[in-house]
Design a binder for this molecule. Structure first.
Ligand code: ADE
Length: 224
């Protein structure tokens, strides 16, 4: 899979892809992530990417021209399955959406900034608008990092058996069961004996019950 991210703040997006699972996925050749500085697609000496909004009002708006130029150059190289715009008024990201996006070959993610982008970008260049939740970020960059992370960890070969995505919270619409590690007892707090029993079918049954109990208690909406 290839992910191209268009941003005015590429420095904000470097570190998430330079550590741990996201780095390993790239080193293994399972995904390539390319950051594009929108200012590189301007043609004036100020490298201007934004301007005041027509009609007045506070906040700058990202202009269509550099965005169109950047997306057109990318599209001239290869086909893209989706051109995604990160915005608080997009469809809220969930595990189901991440699962389906992880099946694609090439995607572009455009990060908004300031007051957002010229509406004509959204009308003509964007195929999907995604929000990471009902709150407003300073820009789409952190949202793009969240989106890329949820997608990349689902790609075949990225996670090993131990960290398999199949046992994640939200897979099957259930929260994950509680987990424990050494020591067996800490300041009088014991690990549930079933987990030390070695009885794998019983352990599996216990985990399923715990997942269901936890979901009923914390997120009953998932069971509807
Ligand atoms: N940009 C600003 N807020 C955002 C959000 N909640 N999700 C995605 N992009 C955003």
């Amino acid at each position: 899979m290839r992910i191209d991210i268009i941003t005015v703040l590429p420095e904000l997006l470097k570190s998430p892809f330079e550590a741990s699972i996201l780095k390993r996925a790239q080193d293994k050749g399972l995904v390539s992530v390319h950051l594009h500085n929108l200012r590189d697609y301007t043609d004036d000496s100020y490298r201007q990417v934004d301007d005041y909004q027509f009609g007045g009002g506070a906040g700058m708006v990202l202009m269509i021209e550099p965005i169109d130029r950047c997306i057109s150059r990318l599209k001239a190289e290869r086909d893209y399955d989706e051109v995604i715009y990160m915005t608080p008024d997009g469809t809220t990201l969930d595990q189901k959406m991440a699962n389906s996006l992880s099946l694609l070959d090439n995607i572009i993610i455009l990060c908004g900034h300031y007051k957002g982008v010229d509406q004509r970008v959204r009308d003509t260049l964007i195929t999907r608008e995604i929000s990471i939740g009902d709150y407003v970020l300073s820009g789409g960059e952190l949202g793009a990092a969240v989106l890329a992370d949820t997608i990349i960890r689902l790609l075949p070969g990225v996670l090993n058996d131990e960290t398999s995505a199949l046992t994640d919270t939200f897979q099957d619409n259930l929260l994950a069961p509680p987990v424990y590690t050494r020591p067996r007892a800490y300041k009088g707090l014991e690990v549930p004996p079933i987990l030390l029993s070695g009885n794998l079918p019983e352990i599996e049954k216990w985990r399923e019950e715990q997942a269901l109990d936890r979901t009923r208690e914390k997120r009953p909406d998932l069971l509807k």
